[in-house]
Ligand binder design. Structure first.
Ligand SMILES: CC(=O)SCCNC(=O)CCNC(=O)[C@H](O)C(C)(C)COP(=O)(O)OP(=O)(O)OC[C@H]1O[C@@H](n2cnc3c(N)ncnc32)[C@H](O)[C@@H]1OP(=O)(O)O
Length: 175
């Protein structure tokens, strides 16, 4: 299967994972209208987002959709976005032109944590990674979240090294 404009298509998510969600919860690709369903409030359990207008959100949304390397998933419940997760596909020259998935921005609203939604989000993203031919998924996390990712089937790999170019952004991530 090739990764192209279909990246925002639900068909890349494993049916078994979709049907494992509780009845009133839906996992699906991010949509333009999600700005009004609390996408940013949801992601703010992870980090600061800045004050992003709808216009800037839509501009970035269209850019990423056209780029064809990002998969943004959300979990919707009662008309509200309660979970987010991202997967980026990096295509390489090594490993016979292999592809690696980077999992990022996993966020479950506080009141929805502990219900298995984070685990299912990771399972959904992993199923996409497999469906587009990635040979592995990698992510960076704090020590606090290591047990969660172990439950999701991840193992500790190498060190995560960062170099910041904007002091303000580094403080967002430390927060
Ligand atoms: C790559 C990245 O994005 S790293 C950043 C991750 N995101 C954040 O830190 C933002 C704030 N936190 C969250 O959004 C959520 O707490 C998440 C995403 C870390 C976990 O999502 P949840 O929906 O609460 O986790 P879920 O209920 O699916 O838990 C699955 C299992 O992991 C366990 N678990 C979850 N978080 C933790 C933790 N911090 N420490 C130990 N175990 C944990 C659960 O107890 C559960 O175990 P069980 O199956 O034995 O009962």
């Amino acid at each position: 299967m090739t990764a192209s404009k279909g990246l925002f298509s639900s068909s890349l998510i494993s049916e078994a994972v979709i049907s494992s969600f509780p009845e009133t919860y839906t996992i699906r690709p991010l949509e333009r209208d999600d700005y009004h369903k609390g996408f940013f409030e949801c992601i703010q359990v992870l980090t600061s987002t800045g004050d992003v207008s709808e216009e800037r959100f839509l501009e970035r949304y269209d850019y990423m959709k056209n780029l064809g390397v990002h998969y943004f998933l959300v979990i919707e419940h009662a008309g509200k976005i309660v979970g987010t997760g991202t997967l980026m596909v990096e295509r390489k020259f090594i490993h016979d032109l292999g592809s690696v998935a980077h999992i990022e921005e996993i966020a479950i609203r506080k009141e929805e944590q502990g219900k298995g939604l984070g685990l299912r989000m990771i399972q959904a993203l992993s199923s996409i990674a497999k469906n587009v031919g990635c040979y592995k998924s990698i992510l960076g996390c704090s020590a606090r979240n290591e047990p969660f990712y172990e439950k999701c089937g991840f193992k500790r790999g190498g060190l995560d090294m960062n170099q910041y170019y904007e002091e303000e952004k580094s403080s967002w991530e430390r927060g």
